[in-house]
Design a protein around this ligand. Structure first.
Ligand code: SAH
Length: 494
């Protein structure tokens, strides 16, 4: 059967892709349908039909799935952000556990029964909205010529005006409204990607949930400037209005004149208040349903530094990292891709010595400052790429570790890092991953001969989206005495 564009069909959604699209088959021919949920009976309009599969647009839900709920945000279908908002939270959690497990089976070659033994239940979030401490809003020009702030429509750079995202903090709306009215009153133009003209590109808002401190950074297509110069016309008026918002601790500008998708420019100028905000992350008791322990670490975070976006779940993730690392006080630990030193400093009080490496210089400045302000003396930080610094410190300075923690970006660990870990042979590896596909690829390499998965757990750091964090404890096979699990491809010597 050949399907035609615009043809209307009725399908039952029987599965979902890792990106959250529904899959429905018509006479064995699969269609991928954005916004359709497993269990839906739907009318779809064919948008593309290839030889073996096609795409459809959800026209009408004929019979809703038992997992379908009313989405909180009226923009959820247009926006690329919340792919799962119309699905019950319980079903989202199952979707994420399945996603991690399937990637480990498909890409990593691990056996399903083995994973059932080592995977602990996903760590869920009690209130899964308004959890993001950071928002990056693109600024553009609406049809009426007025400046707008919003989000990119899925798979495009068309901005849809909405200052009230249901994942962000409530202050975002107030801050954006101030900036937009300032732009209108002062005839300040929004950046236009097509022409490269216009001044204001993006607005970054970040809030410390514990401290209540907020930073605002305007990304500008402006000339490099000097300290204390004005980057915006009528800057004093804008600063005056923004500084009155409850919690505002610092206002900065980032200069970005490049025609790229990279949002933040490297040149940052503080135009009011503090350079960075503070936030505290508390250690939680993983054995007692993540109950608070009262012990915490306070971090400084500057605009260019990475900081986990969901602070409520981050406390649980880092507490799991601390528990998985099983540190007794004698261990040397490497923290690769350490950001502002969050995991390093979480582990420092229990370890003999911590070494951290991170590629963004401002993040390492923050990490050093964070060690000082928390009175931690056994942590040393290096700026550079993990794939250069880590092998070099091992080969030239003989720095070895008992425990290696890795928390790489989505592309996963560099091959050189994995090879150095295998040579160094630490007793334990704690792998924190925001992409289970690259995690599976890397685990396949680490578990080929030397390591085995001892424990693992998905953590829902990004409710309403298809993204999921995973934490894995790997132990060195010859350095471990406990019982071996049997799996097909790995641990064949069990
Ligand atoms: N562990 C930190 C940061 C994790 S995010 C935390 O939980 O906050 C990943 C970090 O890796 C980012 O800070 C990013 O800047 C850094 N990074 C990306 N590529 C890198 C590389 N090749 N070498 C070292 N760090 C890198």
């Amino acid at each position: 059967m050949v399907y035609e564009k615009n043809q209307l069909l009725t399908v039952e959604i029987t599965d979902m892709t890792a990106d959250g699209e529904g899959i429905g088959k018509v006479d064995g021919y699969p269609f991928f349908i954005k916004d359709a949920i497993i269990g839906d009976q739907a009318r779809i309009r064919v948008t593309r039909a290839k030889k073996n599969y096609g795409y459809g647009r959800l026209e009408k839900v004929l019979m809703p799935s038992p997992f379908r709920i009313d989405a909180k945000c009226s923009f959820h279908r247009q926006c690329g952000g919340c792919q799962l908002q119309a699905m019950s939270y319980e079903r989202q959690l199952q979707f994420k556990e399945d996603k991690v497990k399937n990637n480990l089976i498909r890409i990593g070659g691990f056996a399903s029964e083995f994973l059932d033994k080592v995977m602990e239940p996903i760590v869920e979030m009690e209130n899964p909205f308004h959890y993001r401490n950071k928002a990056l809003y693109p600024i553009g020009t609406g049809r009426d010529g007025k400046s707008i702030a919003g989000f990119y429509a899925g798979r495009s750079h068309n901005i849809i005006a909405n200052t009230d995202c249901s994942l962000g903090v409530y202050e975002n709306k107030e801050i954006l409204e101030i900036i937009l009215s300032y732009m209108r009153e002062n005839h300040v133009s929004a950046y236009d990607e097509a022409t490269g003209q216009g001044l204001v590109r993006h607005v970054l808002v970040r809030k410390g949930f514990q401290s209540g401190e907020i930073m605002v950074c305007l990304v500008l297509n402006a000339k490099s400037g000097r300290k204390n110069s004005d980057f915006l016309p009528g800057q004093a008026g804008l600063v005056n209005s923004l500084s009155k918002v409850n919690g505002i601790a610092g206002i900065s500008v980032s200069i970005n004149r490049e025609h790229t998708n990279v949002i933040m420019g490297k040149e940052i100028h503080t135009i009011w208040g503090k350079k960075s905000i503070q936030d505290t992350i508390f250690i939680r008791n993983v054995e007692d349903d993540f109950a608070a322990t009262g012990q915490g670490i306070t971090f400084s975070i500057s605009p260019l530094s990475f900081y986990q976006v969901n602070p409520v779940q981050t406390e649980k993730l880092y507490s799991l990292a601390l528990s998985y690392a099983e540190i007794s006080g004698k261990e040397t630990v490497w923290d690769l891709y350490c950001g502002i030193g969050t995991i390093s400093l979480f582990l420092a009080s229990n370890a003999k010595q911590i070494y951290g490496v991170e590629i963004v210089p401002q993040a390492i400045d923050d990490a050093k400052q964070n060690a000082i302000q928390n009175d931690i003396k056994n942590a040393q930080f290096f700026v550079g790429s993990a794939e250069e610094i880590f092998p070099e410190k091992y080969a030239n300075d003989g720095i070895r570790a008992d425990v290696v923690v890795v928390d790489p970006p989505r592309k996963g660990c560099d091959r050189t890092c994995l090879e150095t870990i295998l040579k160094m042979a630490p007793e334990r590896i704690v792998y924190v991953s925001c992409d289970s596909a690259t995690l599976a690829r890397d685990l396949c390499i680490l578990c080929e001969d030397t390591y085995e998965i001892k424990r693992m757990r998905a953590v829902d750091m990004f409710p309403m989206t298809v993204h999921v964090e995973t934490i894995v404890l790997l132990t060195h096979k010859s350095l471990r005495e406990s019982k071996r699990w049997v799996c097909e491809k790995h641990c064949q010597d069990a």
